[in-house]
Design a protein around this ligand. Structure first.
Ligand SMILES: [Zn+2]
Length: 290
């Protein structure tokens, strides 16, 4: 698929920055474009020696909190930090940054996450681990099928309005059980509890327009990506999000986490995020509250 190819190229660029590793038969070989240089602060911030020194000399929580450099200062840097973190994760170089006890204590003074992520509740998609990020870096709302509804919308808007996050990511994943259930015939979904049915009903419009695909794995991937695109569109319909996008404060992107490889493909351009015809207007979480 086109979006897969585009994002794999991106991943390969990141791999180049990590020494030309290969992933699942994909090789960085042949990529002529130089990888985007990574700001040293993006990579070294996780184990900051300044903070280690301050802890040794008995600095206060306020002093420690001020010493920590921001991981990102723009939507572009936020996306790059997630990509490089994921590359560390899937290439076996994760740092598992948990912060020192002093840094953790200093976090009581406030939080400054650089990205908000709408992810699935699936136990195989632990977001901080997948992006190799530390405590306090990501503001995460998780619900089966990573759908936009009142709670997730409020959480995303809170992060954008009050925590000044730079990036909103809708993260779907390989083998999503919620999406698989939403693809079942209506009579089978009707056997679920009312709450599960309501959840599935908020996914069904996103996945009902996908083309007929015989291969089950490919069909599920297509449905997951269709749902990601739809949820990105739903988030972008909210006035608070539209204002933040218009003033270049945030970007909203989609992503697909492949459990088998550990790699995340991002959908960033209008083309990659285009919702299939007929799906957009029929999918609004508010309709499912009626
Ligand atoms: Zn899932």
């Amino acid at each position: 698929m086109n979006e897969n190819k585009i994002n794999r190229r991106d991943v390969c660029k990141t791999l180049l920055a990590f020494g030309g590793l290969t992933l699942g038969g994909l090789s960085a070989k042949g990529q002529t474009t130089a990888p985007t240089p990574t700001s040293p602060s993006l990579d070294t911030n996780l184990q900051d020696p300044k903070i280690a020194d301050a802890v040794k000399r008995g600095a206060t929580m306020e002093e420690i909190a001020k010493l920590r450099d921001p991981i990102a200062r723009s939507p572009q840097e936020a996306l790059r930090a997630l990509k490089t973190g994921n590359a560390r994760f899937f290439s076996g170089q994760a740092r598992r940054p948990e912060l020192s006890a002093a840094e953790r204590r200093a976090q009581i003074l406030g939080q400054t996450p650089f990205a908000v992520i709408l992810a699935c509740s699936d136990s195989r998609v632990p977001t901080e681990i997948v992006f190799d990020q530390s405590l306090g870096s990501l503001f995460i709302t998780r619900v089966a099928g990573n759908v936009v509804e009142m709670g997730t919308t409020g959480s995303i808007e809170y992060a954008v309005e009050h925590l000044k996050t730079y990036l909103v990511v809708v993260l779907g994943h390989e083998g999503c059980g919620a999406i698989k259930a939403a693809l079942l015939p209506a009579e089978e979904r009707a056997r679920e509890t009312p709450s599960i049915q309501a959840l599935l009903n908020s996914i069904v419009p996103s996945v009902s327009k996908i083309p007929k695909i015989r291969d089950e794995k490919a069909k599920l991937r297509e449905a997951v990506v269709a749902n990601v695109r739809q949820q990105v569109a739903n988030i972008k319909k909210e006035p608070a999000i539209q204002r933040a996008i218009a003033s270049n404060k945030i970007n909203v992107v989609g992503a697909f986490y492949e459990i088998t490889s550990g790699a995340v493909d991002f959908f960033e351009t209008d083309e990659e995020l285009r919702v299939a015809q007929n799906a957009y207007d029929s999918c609004n979480w508010r309709e499912h509250l009626a």
